[in-house]
Write a protein that binds this ligand. Structure first.
Ligand SMILES: NC(=O)C1=CN([C@@H]2O[C@H](COP(=O)(O)OP(=O)(O)OC[C@H]3O[C@@H](n4cnc5c(N)ncnc54)[C@H](O)[C@@H]3O)[C@@H](O)[C@H]2O)C=CC1
Ligand SMILES: NCC(=O)COP(=O)(O)O
Length: 333
């Protein structure tokens, strides 16, 4: 069986901490074998700082699977990072980006089952010259190297209580109304429908589509995007045989009775749907990129700089991300 590739993420954040903790807690959580891609020296220093007794074992990728029972296998990429928790340095940007690129390449070459990413600091990477606002967009570009051809990445935040997709992702709120088109909504929802069937095994996913404006526009009194863009998109989705309904006012879509009526809520912008899911399931939510020719999962939180190196970061979201990547790539019956 192939291992999962886990990226180191921002070296000054909690990624190294929670990766070490996930290995420590692997048996209790029945985690599939994984290896980390990053700087072995930093990982050793962080393990010593945390005092959690996790052996860090530098390996070549083909040794990762057999090494996993004995220590956290770490595959080195070029570059190094000093162990300075909470003090990000754009000079480590190359290492962070290389860790992601290398994980995807391992999947493409059949050396890893899937990629699980640790959090990056978007502004720190931007200062290092990274041209993408997040993993999601960068993974969409890396996916072009796969035989299956071009793909469009879609962000899903998955939890047992609620699953959500933001139709627009990392962009200023002021740009959302211009960027929201019928085609974008239809493409996004069609990818969600396809991947919920093929990857998550849902027979007929029920998609609830949010409005953009208060009260979903209140018949045009409070905004026109619902009539101009969102309703026509839902009509086209229905014509395609996709179970899409709405547009619903977002403020009443997340209480328990409403949640029972759909499988995935699609919001028009990031915070509209990430606020409810992180409120309900911050410690167990998993970020999954749909629309790719491979599986990528991630914890739903960020770098939590103030917790790095303290031992107070909770590894539960990363543990869920590793477990979900394992389930999504498990061989069929
Ligand atoms: N997938 C990714 O790479 C993501 C990266 N980020 C990046 O993270 C950086 C910080 O973003 P914030 O908005 O502050 O979000 P954050 O998720 O890092 O922190 C928000 C709050 O939750 C706490 N927290 C986060 N993870 C925790 C954990 N595992 N255990 C215990 N407490 C935890 C933090 O201490 C803080 O109080 C930003 O640079 C952002 O770009 C944010 C979200 C996802
Ligand atoms: N708020 C979630 C988030 O920003 C995750 O972004 P990505 O790095 O997974 O694209």
């Amino acid at each position: 069986m192939l291992p999962l590739a886990v990226t180191m993420g921002e070296p000054a954040g909690i990624g190294p901490d929670i990766a070490l903790m996930a290995w420590r807690d692997r048996a209790a959580n029945n985690l599939p074998p994984f290896y980390l891609i990053g700087d072995p020296d930093l990982m050793e220093a962080r393990a010593a700082r945390l005092g959690i007794g996790v052996p860090v074992v530098p390996v070549e990728v083909h040794e990762a699977f057999e090494t996993f029972p004995y220590g956290l296998p770490v595959v080195a990429v070029s570059g190094s990072a000093a162990d300075r928790p909470g003090v990000p340095d754009p000079a480590t940007g190359g290492l962070v980006i290389e860790s992601i690129r290398s994980g995807v390449e391992d999947v493409r070459m059949g050396r890893a089952r899937a990629i699980v990413t640790n959090p990056i600091a978007k502004s720190v990477l931007a200062a290092a010259g990274f041209a993408h606002p997040g993993h999601t967009e960068y993974l969409g570009e890396l996916a072009r190297t796969f035989r299956q051809g071009p793909s469009r990445p879609v962000m899903l935040i998955w939890s047992r209580d609620l699953a959500v997709v933001p139709v627009t992702i990392h962009m200023p709120l002021a740009e959302v109304p211009q960027r929201l088109t019928k085609a974008l909504i239809v493409d996004t929802a069609a990818i969600v429908d396809h991947d919920m069937r093929t990857r998550f095994g849902m027979a007929r996913p029920r998609l609830a589509i949010c409005g953009l404006n208060p009260h979903a526009g209140e018949d045009g009194l409070l905004g026109h995007e619902e009539d101009d863009v969102i309703r026509p998109a839902i009509a086209e989705l229905k014509a395609l045989g996709i179970d899409a309904t709405g547009p619903y006012p977002a403020d009443t879509l997340f209480h328990p009775a409403a949640r029972a009526t759909y499988d995935v809520a699609l919001g028009m912008y990031h915070d509209q749907v990430l606020v409810p899911v992180k409120t309900l399931a911050f410690d167990t939510g998993v970020n999954v990129t749909l629309g790719l020719p491979f599986v990528r999962t991630s914890p739903d939180h960020g770098t939590a700089f103030s917790l790095a190196g303290t031992g107070r970061a909770r590894p539960s979201s990363l543990i869920e991300a590793i477990a979900l990547a394992g389930r999504l790539t498990a061989p069929g019956p």
